[in-house]
Design a protein around this ligand. Structure first.
Ligand SMILES: [Zn+2]
Length: 287
């Protein structure tokens, strides 16, 4: 497969030829950094695990060269760090039995530059080869610029495809900001009760990010547990783990929809919910 950067790489854990590996994809997740997929897209990874008819493909857009480093990795050069993160992402692809893991290898500034179309073109190439039914990426209210940059490139890529070639669904998932704030009708629940061991293993391989003191593994599993418990205030827990997604599907099927306005409408519904509750309880008579 031909991508814009010749350093881009496709890793196929079971060794099938690239085209064959990618064309079996049903669920595709596109994240900014190595480990984002395992944080935000564990549900589709597990939904495809050991399933003959469902296959997960992961795409990491940036190169990991500028990653923070501490402890064991403190003295690593950007190039050594790049190799470590690449290796960690491949380990996750093996643990999760991905159909394929694609590393597009762009420096972060390319993702945050709206005029740089190269990642958009690469994502289009991939989508046309993989033809996934569902696509997962960062949510548009994330507080990391590179994450939002990736989500915008994904939307742009899908919008540029002929209608028949677009996936059925696009979801924006949680990494640097959770989606608990959305009103319940806006939440797309991604259930994560099963395979807690695999969830832990998928997060645990990213030692270079965790051992420096950022316990993304514990934090992510904790967020899933917290979401599950705090989802329903009047019922018992129905799942052990839950992640939320924002449904971005309208943005890909209606390319004229304003992206910022679409997200703002979610924030407005949240704001309205808070205000309505306060007004209701302030004016309640207690009878
Ligand atoms: Zn990230």
């Amino acid at each position: 497969m031909q991508f814009n950067l010749n350093i881009a790489e496709i890793f196929v854990p079971d060794g099938l030829p690239e085209q064959e590996a990618l064309s079996r994809t049903t669920h595709l997740a596109i994240g900014a950094h190595q480990d984002d997929l395992e944080i935000m897209a564990a549900a589709p990874i597990l939904e495809c695990f050991q399933q003959a008819e469902r296959w997960f493909t992961g795409v990491v857009v940036t190169d990991g060269r500028g990653s923070p480093r501490a402890g064991l990795y403190q003295e690593y050069t950007d190039e050594q760090m790049h190799l470590v993160r690449l290796k960690e992402q491949k380990k996750a692809a093996i643990v999760g039995e991905f159909a394929a893991q694609v590393m597009l290898d762009y420096p972060s500034p390319a993702v945050k530059d709206a005029s740089d179309r190269r990642p958009v073109e690469d994502i289009q190439t991939l989508l046309q080869m993989a033809r996934p039914q569902q696509v997962f990426t960062h949510n548009l209210a994330d507080k990391h610029d590179t994450h939002v940059g990736v989500a915008l490139k994904v939307i742009s890529a899908i919008r540029g495809l002929p209608e028949a070639a677009r996936p059925e669904k696009l979801y924006g998932c949680e990494v640097w900001r959770d989606l608990d704030w959305m009103v319940d009708v806006d939440k797309v629940p991604l259930y994560l009760s099963a395979h807690e061991n695999l969830q832990a293993a998928l997060l645990g391989v990213f030692d270079s990010q965790i051992s420096g003191g950022k316990r993304y593994d514990l934090a992510t599993l904790g967020r899933r547990r917290a979401n599950a418990t705090y989802f329903e205030s009047h019922g018992v827990d129905t799942s052990l783990g839950l992640a939320y997604a924002m449904d971005l599907t309208p943005l890909i099927h209606h390319p004229q929809l304003d992206i910022a306005g679409y997200v703002q409408a979610h924030i407005t519904r949240f704001s309205q919910d808070v205000a309505d509750r306060l007004r209701r309880i302030e004016s309640a008579t207690g009878t």
